[in-house]
Ligand binder design. Structure first.
Ligand code: PBG
Length: 350
């Protein structure tokens, strides 16, 4: 999408009295002809939770319509449905049986995500892009995204440099399992560089890095943490995730990630950070930009829809159009699986 800088000039033109903007809204064909923003199935990434110790899909209470999936044919059937309805990529989150201080299940070569990647790549080959989130919060018993250390003064911190080594190790095991894209989400400094170097050293030059570059310390991750049982047991994530009061800081994070080797950058959450999406796209138009419509944004819309307070298709489509219009190239959204089935209705509903 093209972001125009000439708004002042345009306003000037629109001020001519002969201009009547309503002409271009008078019927559906004209509206479609001049519509700037499109949604395609290829733009969407569907998040999937895979849980180690279950045999049946488990509904997630705070995310109506979403499930924790077992690693068996039920998952394959679900992904098969996604693929046949036009979804081209999924991002995996694991819920392991075993959690410990070091998050060791994250980099276990037989871990839940490693096995899921193999299973999906064997079943779908090049019909599906398999992405995997790289973080420790689902794997540590304390729920933090990295290694927790006690300082001499008694305070606890999440240690940056020992954590990024574990991210790199995790990413390599995902690559060995056949992953297409790794997505570091822990917001540690230098995580992209550590992962890129480790992947290249192991010969995985083609594995793409999608960096959660501007990830905010948001209360809108609540339902996800319930789904993945990954809420921190003490403290919070404000010492590593970004402060919601800062927009320009996102540019620094994005620039650093690009410099460290990120192929795709991300802003997260999406709906509450449209200004940040726009800012990043304007400053780095050449880098593909992802936006994550997070669990709380899904839950909020879903709750209003289930109460009959919002029109389902129009509200969901409008939320996704807004994210694209702001400048996102791809959208990670829990609505992906449903919305691909009615994308063609945009031309009738708008
Ligand atoms: C893992 C991770 C989180 C989300 C994506 N990756 C949780 C968190 O940072 O607490 C949240 C996604 C969502 O809310 O949908 N670090």
């Amino acid at each position: 999408m093209v972001v125009t800088e000439s708004i002042r000039l345009r306003n000037y033109l629109f001020n001519y009295p002969v201009n009547r903007p309503r002409r271009l809204r008078s019927n559906v064909l004209i509206r479609n002809m001049v519509a700037e923003t499109m949604l395609r199935p290829d733009d969407f990434v569907m998040p999937i939770f895979v849980r180690e110790d279950i045999n049946e899909p488990e509904p997630i209470k705070s995310l109506p319509g979403q499930y924790r999936w077992p690693l068996n044919d039920k998952l394959i059937n679900f992904v098969d449905q996604l693929v046949s309805s036009g979804i081209r990529s999924v991002i995996l989150f694991g819920i392991p049986e075993h959690k410990d201080e070091w998050g060791s299940s994250a980099y276990d070569e037989h871990g839940i995500i490693q096995r899921t990647i193999k299973f999906l790549k064997d079943s779908f080959e090049d019909k599906l892009i398999v992405m995997a989130d790289v973080c420790l919060c689902e794997y540590t018993d304390h729920g933090h995204c990295g290694v927790v250390k006690k300082l001499p003064d008694g305070r606890y911190i999440v240690d940056n440099d020992s954590t990024i080594e574990l991210y790199a190790k995790t990413a390599v095991t995902y690559a060995e399992s056949g992953v297409d894209v790794v997505a570091p989400s822990g917001m540690m400094d230098g995580q992209v560089k550590a992962i890129r170097e480790a992947l290249d050293r192991a010969g995985f030059n083609d594995v793409v890095i999608m960096a959660y570059s501007a990830k905010y310390a948001s209360s809108f991750y609540g339902p996800f943490r319930e789904a993945a049982a990954s809420a921190p047991k003490f403290g919070d994530r404000r010492s590593y995730q970004m402060d919601p009061r800062n927009a320009h800081e996102a540019l620094k994070e994005v620039a650093m990630d690009i410099n460290e080797g990120a192929d795709i950058v991300m802003v997260k959450p999406a709906m509450l950070y449209l200004d940040v999406i726009r800012l990043v796209k304007q400053n780095f138009p050449e880098v593909p930009l992802a936006a994550y419509q997070v669990s709380g944004e899904y839950a909020m819309l879903k709750a209003a829809i289930m109460n009959g307070w919002l029109d389902e298709k129009r509200a969901i489509l409008e939320s996704l159009i807004a994210i694209r219009r702001a400048g996102a190239d791809l959208i990670i959204t829990y609505f992906a699986k449903d919305v691909v089935n009615y994308l063609d209705e945009i031309e009738r509903l708008f």
